[in-house]
Write a protein that binds this ligand. Structure first.
Ligand code: PLP
Length: 423
């Protein structure tokens, strides 16, 4: 018989997973050599890598949910959630992933029959629009394709044509995770102002918060949504809606008690924060994550993400001089610092992802929302990432290209390390 360590141990007792025992077998007799052994690296655009400090903070007994430490801890999250979004807007915490925040945000502002303008630059804004349609909104979509940002001129034309101001909310994604495009949110505010249009500016920062610079108040954003498992480095399961006074005043009839942001944003009503049991361990994890961001400083967090993104782009610039590999977004100013989408020619994407994961323990993101899906892959570089991780991922991809004989230009790793050396 063979145990889970791949050591043949005649008659040996099987050990439950996670329990280390001295092996009585011959350790050199494992079945297959694998380079993947070692710490696995999940380099997908969420969930992101969880810092050990976050995991440690969560590794504890449940606290008293009625009084004491957990109350203080929860209240302490609010100013830090405001700080990370550079806003004084209120914030409501939901137990749910980003999709929950999508629904919560729209339920508070919409009534059936309201018009919503969706500015699509990939799968994610379309998804948010589908939630609006599900609530009974009339959804108008301007689609800018899968390799370009929002065209502000087209938005201006569309708003100018809405003389009756039927559009109640404009939905945009700061960074669309499927295409890795970064949209100009401050520019969108200018377009709304120049058109004299009163629609709410609503932004999905689920991929970008804590990675790409986002300034909710300075950029005039009325409503913003984010989750905890991307730039905020906490296991998936909590999400947030920031809303200013204008968004709150726009209150529609779709809101139900569970999604209502008002009691959730009122700290004196602790039980109403969550409508039931608090997500105890997530709160400890998020506290630790926000402490990490605070200690680094938000500007430094943005600068680190920018440098690591440039490191990745430098590698792609070399790879793409020969063969099918190319970055999805041509203009660096329009690229996210949190996620990178790359085209690799039909069917090669899956082969490369498989090789990196099976052979080396590096998991890359799928070509989500793209056709064909396996002609693309993505690298998540959000949150708890540094040069050894990013250079390791790039070197692994470089090895994969060679192993799979996918044609590519040379010098990628040299170019990548030069970016780090110059930082
Ligand atoms: C991840 C993501 C979502 C969806 O979040 P879930 O937690 O998976 O529901 C929505 N929008 C963007 C931009 C994202 O990156």
């Amino acid at each position: 018989m063979s145990d889970r360590w791949g050591c043949r141990q005649k008659g040996a007792r099987l050990t439950p997973p996670g329990v280390a025992v001295m092996s009585t077998g011959n350790l050199s007799e494992s079945h297959t050599m694998s380079l993947a052994n070692g710490r696995a690296y999940l380099a997908i655009p969420g969930p992101s890598v969880m810092p050990d400090a976050v995991l440690r903070a969560m590794h504890r007994a449940s606290p008293n949910i009625y009084e004491g430490e957990l109350h203080d801890l929860t209240a302490s999250l609010i100013p830090d959630l405001q700080a990370v979004a550079l806003t004084s807007a209120q914030v409501a915490i939901y137990i749910g992933n980003g999709h929950a925040a999508w629904e919560a945000s729209l339920a508070n502002i919409l009534s059936p029959g309201d018009n919503v303008l969706v500015l699509a630059t990939g799968r994610f804004c379309i998804g948010w629009g589908e939630v609006a349609a599900g609530l009974g909104a009339v959804v108008e979509t301007l689609d800018f394709g899968e390799s370009a940002p929002i065209d502000l001129g087209r938005v201006a034309e569309h708003l100018a044509a809405d003389k009756a101001h039927r559009i109640k909310a404009v939905l945009a994604v700061h960074v669309d995770t499927s295409t890795s495009v970064k949209n100009d949110i401050a520019g969108l505010r200018r377009v709304l102002d120049e058109a004299g249009h009163p629609a709410l500016l609503c932004v999905d920062c689920i991929a970008s918060l804590g990675c790409d610079r986002f300034e909710m108040d300075a950029w005039g954003v009325d409503l913003m949504v984010a989750g905890c498992q991307k730039g905020l480095m906490t296991p998936a399961g909590m999400s947030f809606v920031w809303f200013n006074a204008k968004a709150d005043a726009a209150r529609g009839t779709c809101v139900t008690s569970y999604w209502d942001w008002r009691p959730r944003a009122a700290p004196e009503q602790f039980y109403q924060y969550f409508y039931g049991t608090a997500p105890t361990h997530h709160l400890y994890g998020l506290r630790a994550a926000l402490d990490i961001i605070k200690a680094e400083g938000l500007d430094n967090v943005f600068a680190r993400h920018a440098t690591l993104a440039q490191t990745i782009w430098a590698a792609f610039d070399c790879w793409s001089t020969e063969g099918p590999l190319h970055l999805n977004i041509a203009d660096p100013a329009q690229r996210s610092h949190a996620v990178t989408s790359a085209g690799i020619g039909s069917s090669k994407g899956d082969a490369l992802r498989r090789w990196c994961e099976d052979k080396c323990g590096l998991t890359l993101g799928i070509g989500l929302g793209r056709t064909p899906v396996d002609a693309y892959f993505r690298i998540g570089h959000m949150g708890h990432v540094n040069p050894p991780m990013i250079l390791g991922a790039l070197a692994t991809i470089d090895a994969g290209l060679k192993a799979l004989q996918i044609p590519h230009g040379s010098g990628a790793l040299e170019a990548a390390t030069r970016v780090i050396a110059a930082a």
